[in-house]
Design a protein around this ligand. Structure first.
Ligand code: OOG
Ligand code: MG
Length: 254
C-alpha cells in the first residue's frame, strides 16, 4: 500500500494528462502499485472531476470478454466511473482534439431504476435494471502508447473518456445478439455473447466489484457492460453500433 500523498500525486498526474491532452508514462514503472492503490487513485481522480463540477452518471466494466482478459493476462473484470462530461448525445458530435489517442468499442448499456443495496450480499442487481440500449464507448488511455499494467489501467479510470447511449428499451435478456460496429470504410462484427457469456453475468460481476470497492450504484445510473468486440481507432466521420433487436447508436467525430 502506498502513502496517501502519493495516491493524490498520482491522481493529479493522470488528471493533468487528461485535461491537457498529453500522455504520461506508466505509473507502475516507478511505483509498486497494488490493486487497492489503483482503485484509491481512481477514486481520487473522480473526486477531482466532481470538485470541478462534473456529475457521476454511472459505471463501466472492462475486460469482460474472455478474449480481452486473455490478451491482458488477467482473470478479473475492472470497473471505472462515468461522468456527464463524458456523455455524447446519440447522433451528436465529439471533438477528437479532446483525446490523446481515442478508440471506440461497441457495448450494451443498462439503466438502474433504483439504488442497488451493495451492503446486502443477497441483492439481485438484475431486479434493479429497467432498460437496455446499444452504446458506444470511447476509451483513451492517458498512458504513453497505450502501454500499461492492470493496476495502471484501473488507476486511469479504466481508460474511460466518452460514451453515447442509443434509445432505451424495456429491459430484456440479451445473451447472444449480433453486434456491428462501423465507421468510415471499416466494420467489425461480434456478439453480445462475448460479454462475460452474456451481459447479465456482467451485471452480477459488477455487483460484487461495487460491493468490494465501495462504488455506489444509484437510480438513474448507466452501466456499460464491456466491449463486445476489439476497440478500433476513433477517426473523423460517423461511427455507429448496431445490435440486432436493440437498435443503433452513433456519433460523429470532428
Ligand atoms: C481498458 C478499457 C477496457 C472494455 O470494455 O473492455 C474496456 C482499455 O482497454 O484501455 O473499456
Ligand atoms: Mg469498454
Amino acid at each position: 500500500m502506498i502513502a496517501d500523498e502519493t495516491i493524490g500525486a498520482l491522481a493529479t498526474r493522470l488528471d493533468d494528462a487528461q485535461t491537457s491532452v498529453a500522455d504520461t508514462p506508466s505509473l507502475a514503472g516507478t511505483h509498486p502499485l497494488d490493486i487497492d492503490d489503483a482503485y484509491a487513485i481512481q477514486a481520487a481522480l473522480l473526486a477531482r472531476r466532481v470538485a470541478r463540477g462534473e456529475r457521476t452518471t454511472g459505471v463501466k466494466l472492462g475486460f469482460t470478454s474472455k478474449a480481452k482478459m486473455a490478451q491482458m493476462g488477467v482473470s478479473e473484470i475492472i470497473v471505472g466511473r462515468l461522468t456527464d462530461a463524458m456523455c455524447v448525445a446519440d447522433g451528436g458530435e465529439v471533438e477528437l482534439a479532446r483525446f490523446i489517442r481515442p478508440k471506440v468499442e461497441p457495448e450494451v448499456a443498462f439503466r438502474l431504476a433504483r439504488d442497488v443495496d451493495t451492503g446486502a450480499p443477497g441483492t439481485d442487481i438484475t431486479a434493479c435494471v429497467d432498460a437496455v440500449a446499444p452504446a458506444l464507448e470511447i476509451i483513451d488511455s492517458r498512458y504513453r502508447d497505450f502501454r500499461f499494467t492492470y493496476e495502471d489501467v484501473v488507476a486511469d479510470n479504466t481508460s474511460a473518456a466518452g460514451y453515447a447511449i442509443g434509445p432505451w428499451l424495456p429491459v430484456q435478456d440479451v445473451p447472444d445478439l449480433p453486434v456491428r460496429l462501423h465507421g468510415e470504410n471499416r466494420e467489425i462484427l461480434g456478439s453480445t455473447a462475448a460479454i462475460l457469456d452474456g451481459p447479465s453475468h456482467a451485471l452480477r460481476a459488477l455487483f460484487h466489484m461495487a460491493r468490494r470497492r465501495r462504488i455506489p450504484l444509484r437510480a438513474g445510473d448507466v452501466v456499460l457492460a464491456g466491449a463486445a468486440t476489439e476497440a478500433i481507432p476513433l477517426t473523423p466521420g460517423v461511427t455507429a453500433c448496431e445490435i440486432t433487436g436493440l437498435g443503433r447508436v452513433s456519433m460523429r467525430s470532428v
